[in-house]
Design a protein around this ligand. Structure first.
Ligand SMILES: Cc1cc2nc3c(=O)[nH]c(=O)nc-3n(C[C@H](O)[C@H](O)[C@H](O)COP(=O)(O)OP(=O)(O)OC[C@H]3O[C@@H](n4cnc5c(N)ncnc54)[C@H](O)[C@@H]3O)c2cc1C
Ligand code: FES
Ligand code: FES
Length: 710
């Protein structure tokens, strides 16, 4: 699947980016593109224009002071991992960075992009909240500083307003007596966390903070004057007391208990946690000695730069992602040869290489950054060419597998792959070799475990990994292996600079988004978005059962109570035709569907069931809702909802069940509020749910559809 058409503007500076956001109110910032790229390719996000901030010099600065380090938003995860920029702690940030995604993702993904994206399963929000970081924001109304904890408002929701840019994050230096514990539980190396916990303990100052993430809500921050218990049962109780049923499971308690134990690990042991004076993990690579990063490559032998070759538009121009009315001119050096071409901004680099330059050694598998088949070098470092847009690579040096024909190190790897039977169909092999070549240069001392870890982002569907790992190990073990060469291109490195702290934001934070009833009246049984999920919900309404039932019976009023939903046909028609527009973070879905609705007036209960389709993302959803109104002794009523839903397509592929469930909970909370208002004769709120959460996700969509569809 390819991205929908969009315009593209590259900002020269932060001020220019702010102007571009005013000029393109429907525009969206793109930094590393490692979260937005997959969403664009899956058509879950369809912005009119992308404002690229990668070239803004202010966002590539950092400042180290006695009490903090400030990172410009454009500093990459890999630059923190490598120590290219300072770490205010004794290696804690480097360790956390190392656990984010895969190296090719870390090479382009930025700390600012990760914070602003507010994925509830992301690493930085949890780690930086534990360290009491603050974010700096610039926008049409000026600059402000805000605590990272108050910045988060919900899944994919932050305090960022229209036209605002997150410019920097300030991380205070921890006390020398502080200790750090970290535990990320994920299905495999490089995947998003299923549970994440960080503990920062400073016994001398009697401050203890733990932050638990991947709970599909803003990170849960718990402060204590006494040390946390490493006992699993205590961790369970701690989480259960602060989160609604179903939001934090045993896996979160396990992560928390492990993080506490990690913080208590003996300094100097294998654990990189522990005392602030202890060094970073032995698993961490040493910082680049020259501050220019360890990933360097030589000019490509056998290739002359020469003058640029103009790349013609392919006949018909309708193939791949090259079509579309908007065009931009790019100049690229590919395998030592300069090219100039007009491309549609939505054309990703892999399609450009394959379809326009006929460099078909770069393969395409998933097209959303997961499989690694498309890995190439961009400015000397590995990157996923399926989620790097060609327009965003203007001026870059690209090296594909074809560009390694005369490379001695690559030839050694190729030989080892052959000897060790490290390939069968060869589909993954170009990406695998580029990643292996990068390991040989960047981590020449890697043992088997590290090699496996480093290759976790390259999937092989047929060979199995033993031969591949052995082949890489063979080359690393060979004392005569060709030496790594230096990259001669112009890659811009982060620059030390004085950075001015904006005034703190003294505005009162809005009330938090609606939360599941902590008394446990909400029951969520997520089964993953791709599987059927069930949510039951009960809410009390002051209106009498008769009035509430009459409101539900009035189909236009009932539909109006659901944010984003509208009737697409007569209210009396069966099936009922509905539309639902949902949005969460950069994701947007517009579902159209049909629903069968039935009411049982005697029992004051009913059913809605149906299916809906979002043609843009090619996602479908089906579901059913049962509802019942009962009276309370006080003369009010209770509304019970039971929802079963299933989503298929890219939304299901991309989203995670608990996020969808969390969004649905918020949607239902607003729906219930609106029904109560309608029953009381008050105006229904069309505003997004509190906390700035402009919700709805795939899950939502599905719920909605079920709701109004079926
Ligand atoms: C396969 C895969 C695995 C991953 N695994 C993990 C993981 O384990 N842990 C983890 O934490 N992350 C993971 N990620 C996400 C990765 O870390 C991203 O790099 C990061 O979340 C987003 O950073 P970015 O610079 O690429 O942002 P982009 O994708 O460019 O932008 C993301 C969003 O933030 C907005 N934005 C970007 N910069 C700014 C800014 N300065 N101000 C305001 N808004 C801004 C954009 O408009 C967009 O909505 C993974 C990604 C992939 C593809
Ligand atoms: S990571 Fe690019 S095709 Fe799979
Ligand atoms: S060799 Fe077939 S996918 Fe790896």
């Amino acid at each position: 699947m390819k991205a929908a058409s969009f315009g593209y503007s590259r900002a020269r500076s932060t001020a220019h980016a702010l102007e571009l956001l005013v000029e393109h109110p429907e525009g969206r910032l793109i930094a590393g593109g490692q979260s937005l790229g997959p969403m664009l390719n899956l058509r879950l996000a369809r912005p009119a224009t992308l404002v690229d901030i990668r070239a803004c010099p202010e966002l590539r600065r950092y400042e180290e002071t006695p009490d903090a380090v400030v990172y410009g938003a454009g500093i990459t995860h890999a630059e923190i991992e490598d120590g290219t920029v300072p770490d205010p702690s004794p290696g804690w940030l480097r360790r956390a960075a190392r656990n984010i995604a895969y190296r090719a993702i870390r090479n382009r993904g930025t700390i600012g992009g990760s914070i602003a994206h507010a994925d509830p399963a992301a690493d930085w929000p949890v780690v930086l909240a534990a360290l009491d970081a603050e974010v700096w924001i610039e926008g049409p109304d000026g600059a402000r500083a805000e605590s990272l904890v108050s910045f988060y408002r919900g899944p994919f929701a932050t305090s960022l307003g229209e036209g605002e840019i997150l410019t920097a994050v300030r991380v205070p230096r921890p006390s020398p007596t502080a200790r750090f514990g970290y535990s990320k539980l994920a299905a495999k190396s490089g995947e998003f966390a299923q549970a994440l916990a960080v503990v920062v303990e400073d016994r001398d100052h009697a401050t203890h903070r733990t932050v638990v993430g991947a709970i599909e809500r803003p990170p849960l921050v718990i402060e204590s004057e006494t040390p946390f218990s490493p006992d699993l049962a205590d961790a369970r109780a701690l989480i259960a007391a602060r989160l609604p049923a179903g939001a934090g499971g045993p896996v979160h308690a396990a992560a928390l208990a492990r993080a506490v134990r990690d913080a208590r690990a003996v300094p100097g042991s294998d654990s990189p946690g522990g005392h602030a004076g202890s060094g970073p993990s032995s698993r961490l690579p040493s910082p680049a000695s020259d501050g220019a990063g360890p990933d360097r490559e030589s000019p490509i032998p056998g290739h002359r730069a020469g003058s640029a070759i103009a790349v013609a538009e392919p006949a018909g121009s309708g193939s791949g992602s090259g079509s579309g009315s908007i065009r931009t001119t790019i100049r690229l050096t590919v395998n030592g040869q300069r090219f100039e071409a007009e491309v549609a901004p939505r054309t990703h680099l892999a399609d450009f290489l394959r379809e326009r330059l006929h460099l078909t050694g770069t393969h395409l598998g998933c097209e959303h950054g997961v499989c690694g088949a498309c890995t190439v070098l961009i400015d000397g470092i590995p990157a996923r060419s399926c989620i790097a847009f060609a327009a965003a690579c203007d001026g870059a040096q690209v090296r594909t597998i074809e560009g390694f024909a005369d490379d001695a190190l690559m030839n050694a790897l190729r030989g080892a792959f052959t000897r060790r039977h490290a390939l069968q169909c060869g589909y993954c092999t170009p990406g695998m070799l580029v990643s292996a070549w990068d390991i040989a240069r960047r981590a020449p001392d890697a043992d088997e475990s590290r090699i496996r870890d480093e290759l976790a982002g390259n999937l092989c569907r047929c060979t199995g990994y033993r031969g591949i790992v052995e082949a890489v190990a063979d080359v690393l073990a060979d004392p005569a292996r060709p030496a790594p060469a230096a990259f001669s291109g112009a890659r811009r490195m982060p620059a030390a600079a004085r950075m001015v702290r904006p005034a703190p934001d003294l505005r009162e934070a809005p009330s938090p988004p609606p939360r599941s009833d902590p008394s446990g009246r909400l029951r969520s049984e997520p089964g993953g978005v791709a599987d059927a999920s069930a949510i039951t919900w009960r809410t009390e309404v002051s209106a009498s059962p008769e009035t509430l039932w009459a409101t539900l019976r009035d189909v236009p009023r009932m539909v109006a109570a659901l944010p984003g939903a509208e009737l697409a046909g007569p209210a009396e028609a069966r099936p009922l035709r509905l539309r639902l527009v949902t949005a969460i973070g950069p994701m947007r879905a517009s579902f159209a569907g049909e629903a069968d609705v039935s009411f049982d007036d005697d029992a004051r209960s009913g059913r809605i069931g149906g299916r809906a389709h979002d043609p843009a993302s090619r996602s479908t959803s089906e579901g059913r809702v049962r509802f019942r109104v009962t009276g309370t002794p006080a003369g009010g009523s209770e509304l019970d909802l039971a929802i079963h839903y299933r989503i298929r397509g890219p939304l299901a592929q991309f989203s995670r069940g608990p996020v969808v469930d969390a969004v649905i909970e918020q949607l239902l909370a607003r729906f219930a509020e609106n029904l109560a208002a309608a029953a009381a004769g008050e105006a229904i709120s069309q505003a997004p749910p509190p906390g700035g959460v402009r919700l709805l996700l795939a899950g939502l969509g599905s719920v909605l559809r079920r709701w109004f569809t079926r």
